[in-house]
Write a protein that binds this ligand. Structure first.
Ligand code: NAD
Length: 323
């Protein structure tokens, strides 16, 4: 049976979600509070247009709602959709406070509904490869992970670099390590707009002893979207700026203490890039949502993993603000 989906928010990102759900499911509603977006909606003859989120929710035939509105609206819209009994795919982050996210997770679990945050990178075939390599023990024991997400621009005035850029790296780091951090430190500065940090450095330490770091900035000469994982046997880099070599594996590792001066010897082998599928990550994300709605997979885990990301963002924000 085809799943009936409604998309709310038809700004920059929502149309990409609408395109995918029109192909993969039954796109029955398009919604935006801006009446001007009704013109876009006319491209999808099978979908009804509304400027009222509540009108869309009132359709008893609608199975699922996709929310691609501005971040401050996510919590309220997701809560209303879950309360109306709809499965929810909500853009990242679903809430701006850990307590709000817990409320959404509880609501979804009580009603056995899917609550999936749109953490796009988790569906990137390159990140999936990293997760597989770690799971299969190919890197040995993972020691540390760090993310670089830097560029000159886009300079935002509402979300800071932690929430705008860091949410991507954080979702990947927590997915790869599958632990909640026990220590979170963030340092940054709001150079251009008061209260909106443009440059943020984050440090996380996990109960297993693993550590992670993120350098997040839109005031930087380098355009970097990179995640590096250091293991005791191998090291691996996911570089989203690379067209073909998205993943590079370095057979480099510490080896053994040498007899001289107590220094360690290191081991260096091949450096290679496995083939990574060029499937569109957003299409894979939408397919995963539909799979969960249809009853396959672990719908509780995807919501709990999303809560872990918001909790960590919350803790990093408190550290950034010095509380
Ligand atoms: N996963 C990704 O890679 C990715 C990329 C871009 C944006 N996003 C996310 O997508 C979301 C939207 O971003 P954008 O750049 O498209 O924003 P945008 O401002 O371009 O569009 C948001 C749209 O939502 C509409 N809207 C606002 N409140 C509404 C409401 N209550 N009901 C219905 N419509 C409402 C606005 O009229 C607007 O058309 C954000 O959460 C952003 O973080 C994710």
């Amino acid at each position: 049976m085809s799943i009936r989906v409604g998309v709310a928010g038809l700004g920059h990102w929502g149309p990409n979600l609408a395109r995918n759900f029109a192909e993969l499911a039954e796109l029955t509603w398009l919604c935006d509070s801006d009446q001007g977006k009704s013109e876009f909606a006319s491209r999808y003859a099978q979908a009804r247009w509304t400027a009222s989120f509540d009108e869309m929710l009132a359709d008893p035939e609608l199975d699922a709602v996709v929310i691609a509105t501005p971040v401050p609206t996510h919590f309220d819209l997701a809560r209303r959709a879950l309360t109306a009994g709809k499965h929810v795919l909500v853009e990242k982050p679903p809430a701006m406070l850990g307590s709000e996210m817990e409320e959404l997770v509880a609501l979804a679990q009580d009603r056995d509904l899917v609550l999936m945050p749109g953490h796009l990178l988790l569906y990137h075939p390159g990140v999936r490869r990293l997760k597989e390599m770690i799971g299969a023990g190919e890197l040995g024991e993972v020691l540390c992970v760090y993310g670089n997400r830097q560029n000159l621009g886009i300079i935002r005035s509402n979300e800071n670099a932690l929430w705008s850029l860091g949410v991507h790296d954080l979702s990947v780091i927590l997915h790869l390590l599958d632990e909640d951090p026990e220590q979170t430190i963030a340092l940054g500065r709001d150079f251009l707009t008061d209260g909106v940090e443009d440059v943020v450095f984050c440090y996380l330490r996990f109960p297993s002893g693993k550590i992670a770091h993120m350098h997040l900035s839109w005031l930087d000469p380098h355009k970097m979207r990179k995640i590096t994982v250091v293991g005791t046997e191998k090291m691996v880099v996911f570089d989203d700026m690379e067209l073909e070599r998205k993943v590079t594996v370095y057979e480099k590792a510490p080896w053994r203490p040498s007899d001289r001066y107590g220094e360690w010897q290191t081991r260096t082998g091949d450096i290679f890039s496995p083939r990574i599928s060029s499937d569109e990550p957003l299409k894979l994300e939408c397919l995963e949502f539909l799979r969960l709605v249809s009853g396959e997979g672990d719908r509780r885990k995807v919501a709990e993993d999303g809560a872990r990301v918001v909790r960590a963002l919350d803790l990093l924000t408190s550290s950034l603000r010095g509380s």
